[in-house]
Design a protein around this ligand. Sequence first.
Ligand code: NAD
Length: 447
Amino acid sequence: MSRPSFSLPPSDLPNMTASSVDAIRTLDKNGKEITSVGFERFGFDCEVPLDVVRALYLRPHYVMTASSGNDEALDTKEADAHARFTQGHAAYQSKSIFHPETQSISYTTLSRFPPVKLLAPSARKRVLVTGGAGFVGSHLVDRLMLLGHEVTVLDNFFTGSKTSVSHWVGHPNFELVRHDVVEPFMIECDQIYHLACPASPVHYQFNAVKTIKTSFQGTLNMLGLAKRTKARFLLTSTSEVYGDPEVHPQPEDYWGHVNPIGPRACYDEGKRVAETLTYGFHNQDNVNVRVARIFNTYGPRMNPYDGRVVSNFIVQALRGQDLTVYGDGSQTRSFQYIHDLVDGLIALMNSDETRPVNIGNGDEFTILEFATLVRDIVEKVQKEDGVKLERRVQIIHEGLPQDDPQKRRPDTTRAKASLDWQPRWTVRMGLEEMVRYYKAKMAEGSL
Ligand SMILES: NC(=O)c1ccc[n+]([C@@H]2O[C@H](COP(=O)([O-])OP(=O)(O)OC[C@H]3O[C@@H](n4cnc5c(N)ncnc54)[C@H](O)[C@@H]3O)[C@@H](O)[C@H]2O)c1
């Protein structure tokens, strides 16, 4: 692997000696330490040091508790815990101060933005990210910003949140626009990552008609924009287009097994019609398109209350509550870590591959195995942090929701052949980081 393309100067915060605390070591599938995310491929360099991106999400707006009503007298234990995550990049995070006596909080904004790469104008892309304030979008935005591109986020904040990208607000390369993609939007741009769409069953079933409208009308609008500006267009489709598959693992030429009138149809069929539209514009109007079929992805900034299995299990285990498995837990899932997905999306956007490409991690777990793994990792992290466990959480079972797929695993042969992309993060490593993220959120009282 080549060297990280740039590094940040260390923070100048007083009282936080990053060298005095152990860094969190992250190992890839081959046991090699991961020190950066991304790579240079298809003439597009997307590599940045891991601790730099980590500093933006592990405790981005962390709250320090004023120990004696004095903003400067911060709790040193909190400061040390924080330095473990950021390893000297703390100056690029906003530090809000919580005052316990008055139950108030003084929000702070960044005094300095994280340094971004200085690109020649010919190398700098104008990138539109719809849904950029959501879980996946915000990580993509962090990466594109650090790489020195001009990024516009378009989001109606239905499931996304301003706080996930607020560390870039005010930066000259960044714009945040509150807008619903079902309405037309015009902007000059070179690349469009079209993510806007609620992704968890709780959210997409909240208003099924709106979900399908977002998928159809929103994609139509963004494809129209791509046609007019000659921008390259990438649709984030989903493994849900395969429905409850009869083929295992699922290659891209499998047509799927979807119930068109079931509770998941607004999302599944919405994405299927979005793909149809995308190839309609490609074939009729020569729009340069990419379609990523994303499989289950997890990572920091996932909404902990949206019912997805990873966040459900971690939050339950951290709270000492029993883990709820739907059905007998023999259904399988594969889980991909967010950085692998962002690598895959950027590689696909900059490649010549116009066919749909599965992006996911093929390591398959039964839900029961996965619950046990989460419990083990939460216990390990709690132990490392000196937390005494009151009792071992149990795994309990509840009824299976309708149309819950029994098996899901990507066939990523195409991604390997066309993009030279394969997931690097083990589920264990990703989960450990997620646990630390939620733990930090709980410690600051925001979860
Ligand atoms: N996370 C996964 O595991 C996964 C798997 C498959 C596909 N995907 C796809 O990736 C994309 C992002 O998913 P995510 O997990 O980040 O979900 P998310 O809900 O966190 O993000 C979606 C974002 O889109 C915004 N949005 C929704 N409707 C909108 C509208 N009408 N106009 C403007 N903005 C709107 C939301 O406010 C949010 O910021 C989605 O298209 C989803 O279908 C995600």
